[in-house]
Design a protein around this ligand. Structure first.
Ligand code: UDP
Length: 451
């Protein structure tokens, strides 16, 4: 079990009222059942970042959780990186021999790993084929953290043959999903606001870290934190910085490390160093994957945070930047545009529902962001008027539970409808009737029938 000094109760400061109680009541239903997560690296990248925080929280909720990591040689990770690239649409060549190496590694891991549990969650394509070789005694779920909506067809066909053997699939956004004959679920990725990566820091702490990393505080700082990966477009960030620099003197920090399952990092880092050569205002920092505190300090120190990805999963770094109150500029890909636009000028705050491609249909994330934007506007003494508007053709098309289209069974859609309707109604009822958190939780559980 991962040790942590952060307790569930500490989150009361940062989550909406009733959330902890709801989690505890839901956990009552599965207390004592074991959850097994399998991914391909314990350090580096968003999945490891999330799992490191999930496991202790589930343990505290009384749901024993284990984190297993698939082991492979260099060839295996070269193949899975090529899969990753091809599934996100890049052209790749993979030989039969490489496919055989992928299968063989999954086969040996199926007997090496302890996959006994009441629910097994397999993350991403690297361990997806475990299901072919393991003795499957409980439900298995495939959780996909990347955008597989426009893959190289051969790559998706290959992975799909394993995916259809699962009992369900989880995607980060409806638009990432693929047509599958198994139930699909949506879980938004998340950051931990209390972790070393995101907790608030004193200005002296920030100063000390920047001093230690050799970064002067004399100019505004542009920052991108990312693995050195072509889809994160680090050299594109350097080009963008050069344009900015013509108008405003600034520094650029590209902070990244490597993940043990990403063999291309060294090569991309060399390209970045070459592009940055001769400019002492560009700082290329190679940090160990445990440098959460340092990344936190850099994000605190940044004037603008950039995530110029050309393909992206969800992009946890964007949420990390926004959590620290920083302006974030991101590529219009993956989870990056899933954000409310918020702008204040002339004492008018303009809040824009920003899902024009879905007629701004309502989602949990949208609701949360809207509440936050409303709160910022209300708390801002300078704001006299709040304009609430929608990007594109319409204002808001209602609740978006149709993201998975026809692949979602009718009964699941109904439950989703119920949850959505009751959640929204309950929030207003609770406020209007001034009822307690416990009563709100009881109402949610009473009204939502879970089969
Ligand atoms: N990260 C880090 N050190 C690095 C580069 C990235 O700690 O050198 C973290 C970053 O702060 C974020 C995660 O790794 O929490 C990256 O997640 P994201 O979803 O942005 O991208 P991924 O690497 O999963 O494609």
């Amino acid at each position: 079990m991962l040790k942590t000094s952060i307790r569930l109760d500490d989150y009361r400061a940062v989550v909406p009222e009733g959330t902890i109680e709801l989690l505890q009541r839901l956990a009552d239903r599965v207390r004592g059942r074991t959850l097994v997560h399998v991914n391909s690296t314990r350090i580096g990248g968003g999945v490891a970042e999330m799992l490191a925080r999930y496991i202790p929280l589930f343990e505290e909720l009384g749901v024993p959780s284990r984190w297993e990591v698939i082991e492979g040689n260099d060839e295996f990770f070269r193949v899975t990186k090529s899969f990753h690239n091809a599934l996100q649409g890049a052209e790749q060549v993979i030989s039969d021999q490489m496919l055989a190496a992928y299968l063989e590694t999954n086969r040996t891991n199926a007997s090496r790993l302890n996959l006994d549990g009441d629910l097994v969650i397999i993350h991403d394509p690297q361990p997806a084929a475990l299901i072919k070789y393991a003795a499957k005694r409980s439900p298995w779920i495939w959780r996909c953290h990347i955008d597989v909506s426009h893959p190289q067809r051969w790559a998706w066909s290959f992975i799909r043959q394993f995916v259809v053997g699962y009992d369900g699939a989880i995607f980060s956004l409806p638009k990432f999903a693929q047509r599958l004959p198994i139930p699909q679920y949506l879980v938004y990725p998340s950051i931990d606001p209390l972790s070393d990566k995101n907790r608030s820091l004193e200005p002296e702490e920030v100063d000390a870290v920047l001093h230690r990393l050799g970064i002067p505080r004399d100019k505004p700082i542009l920052l991108q934190v990312s693995r050195f990966d072509r889809f994160k477009d680090p050299t594109g960030v350097i080009n963008a910085y050069r344009i900015v620099k013509k108008y405003d003197d600034c520094r650029l920090i590209l902070a990244g490390g490597s993940a043990t399952d990403d063999p291309e990092g060294e090569q991309v880092l060399a390209e970045v160093r070459e592009a940055a050569r001769g400019d002492s205002d560009i700082h290329v920092l190679v940090l160990p994957p445990t440098a959460h505190y340092e990344i936190n300090a850099l994000q605190h120190a940044a004037t603008i945070i950039i995530q110029k990805s050309t393909r992206e999963g969800f992009g946890l770094t964007v949420a990390e930047g926004m959590w620290k109150g920083k302006p974030v500029i991101g590529g219009f890909v993956g989870g990056l545009p899933q954000q409310i636009l918020y702008d204040v000028g002339d004492r008018i705050a303009t809040i824009t529902l920003n899902r024009p491609e879905r007629l701004n249909a309502w989602t949990d994330v949208l609701e949360q962001e809207l509440r936050e934007a409303m709160k910022s506007a209300t708390d801002d003494g300078d704001v006299r008027v709040i304009v609430l508007t929608g990007a594109g053709r319409g204002f808001c098309a209602g609740g978006d539970i149709t993201g998975f289209g026809d692949v979602v069974p009718e009964d699941v859609k109904e439950i989703a409808h119920d949850v959505l309707r009751h959640r929204i109604l309950l929030t207003y009822e609770a406020e209007a009737e001034n009822i307690t958190t416990e009563q709100v939780v009881d109402r949610v559980l009473e009204r939502v029938e879970v089969p």
